[in-house]
Design a binder for this molecule. Structure first.
Ligand SMILES: [Zn+2]
Length: 125
């Protein structure tokens, strides 16, 4: 799948040697969504916050030196793992604004949603 904005998501220091929690790609590649600093695993489409900040004593945002942070609720992790094991399909779950810019995410979300319809028991309460 094509990477948005060149390959810049792969250049985030702390994301370069990260193992995806869903598909196990090591290291995984990244592509951006539209939310600042949010990238997706290029293999399975799981969203992570690659660029993270914390305010210093003056209230100015400072970049955190931190590994990618899962951008979905922890309770969905086993669901995404099972979906990956069964389908090996890209979900494209990052935040997007214009669907025309991310056809692979639209299709990934549609297929994932369809799968959830067939597996209502796995949806976290
Ligand atoms: Zn992955």
């Amino acid at each position: 799948m094509p990477q948005k904005y060149g390959h810049l998501a792969n250049q985030v220091d702390d994301a370069q040697s990260f193992t995806c929690l869903v598909c196990g790609a090591n290291p995984t590649g990244w592509t951006w969504g539209d939310l600042h600093g949010e990238g997706m695993c290029i293999r399975c489409g799981t969203p992570y916050q690659l660029l993270q900040y914390e305010k210093d004593q003056d209230g100015v945002d400072q970049r955190l030196d931190a590994p990618p942070k899962l951008n979905i609720k922890e309770s969905w992790l086993p669901v995404l793992k099972r979906y990956w094991e069964e389908t090996e399909a890209f979900t494209g779950l990052a935040t997007i604004m214009m669907s025309r810019d991310y056809p692979e995410c639209v299709e990934g979300k549609r297929k994932f949603d369809e799968w959830l319809d067939e597996h209502p028991d796995v949806i976290p309460g």
